[in-house]
Design a protein around this ligand. Structure first.
Ligand code: SF4
Length: 287
């Protein structure tokens, strides 16, 4: 029987609204709204929590069944922002997709989003990304930073590039990501190195590299595991398989995770900085 399904990596659909009131982790951190410019993320990280949210993450079955294989851009995002933005909002972009995912290169949605933000600036706008493509929009980011509190939270998950290749093979090498943090910082953009989720790493070296690049306190979070988070979003099975194949079991153990966080915090302190996890860490992005 012929299938009616046609696989397309980049799709589009009009959204009814673009800003969502926050709940859970992001609300606890202090954000009032989230902005999600697309559904499904072409970085397709093995550990991504989003597909485990299923319909609660606004996904359709095909999204969680084929996570990372395609994305659906909300083509009218910038127009909707023109109507929905208010100056009291503290906006996190995004808990559900990386705004600078690989498909954004051809789509060029974020320049329109940043222009809409600059025209009607909210109180705080925070971009959460690991996409080096963000540098394409550096001039727009600079312009927006003059109009509102703009922050970039740039994900650095490990200092070991062979670990990065196993868990997030479509993301840029760690050295490139650290260089992007430095470039954003030099351009006057308030940029945090965000150690989340923490993958197998050398804790002290990771802290040193991240502080050296950002010049700021560190924030982050361990990989979610059911042992400490019995409900809600969690680590996708693909990462558990990578951990099993590579003998990384202890990195999923809550006690070992706490010890690692303690080592990073001690290393950060020795360098005159802090390392804070959970909503109180992410609150630095929303203040
Ligand atoms: S970049 Fe973020 S949203 Fe995208 S797949 Fe990776 S963890 Fe998930």
């Amino acid at each position: 029987m012929a299938s009616h399904f046609v696989s397309r990596p980049v799709r589009s659909a009009a959204a009814r609204t673009i800003l969502s009131p926050t709940s859970g982790f992001i609300a606890e951190a202090g954000f009032t709204h989230s902005l999600t410019p697309a559904r499904n993320c072409t970085f397709g990280c093995t550990y991504c929590y989003v597909p485990t949210l299923r319909v609660q993450g606004g996904l359709k079955p095909e999204d969680w069944q084929r996570w990372g294989q395609f994305t659906t851009f909300k083509t009218n995002a910038a127009e909707l922002l023109g109507r929905e933005l208010r100056n009291h909002q503290r906006i996190y972009c995004s808990p559900l997709v990386d705004p600078y995912q690989p498909a954004e290169e051809g789509e060029r949605m974020m320049p329109r989003v940043l222009q809409a933000m600059a025209a009607s600036p909210p109180g705080v706008f925070t971009l959460q990304t690991r996409g080096t493509l963000i540098l394409r929009d550096l001039n727009l980011l600079r312009a927006l930073a003059r109009r509102t509190t703009l922050r970039v939270s740039f994900s650095i998950t490990t200092n070991r590039d062979e670990v990065r290749r196993r868990y997030e093979p479509r993301c840029a090498p760690i050295a490139e990501r650290l260089a992007v943090i430095r470039t954003l910082r030099d351009a006057g953009i308030e940029t945090y190195a965000t150690l989340a989720p923490l993958l197998p790493c050398d804790p002290e070296e990771l802290a040193r590299l991240a502080i050296d690049a950002s010049g700021r306190d560190l924030i982050g979070d361990a990989l979610h595991v059911r042992g400490v988070k019995p409900r809600g979003a969690t680590t996708r099975d693909a990462a558990l398989r990578v951990a099993a194949v590579n003998g990384h079991y202890q990195w999923l153990d809550p006690a070992f995770q706490s010890e690692t966080i303690g080592r990073i915090a001690a290393a950060a302190k020795a360098l005159g900085h802090s390392f804070t996890t959970g909503p109180s860490g992410f609150a630095k992005l929303a203040a």
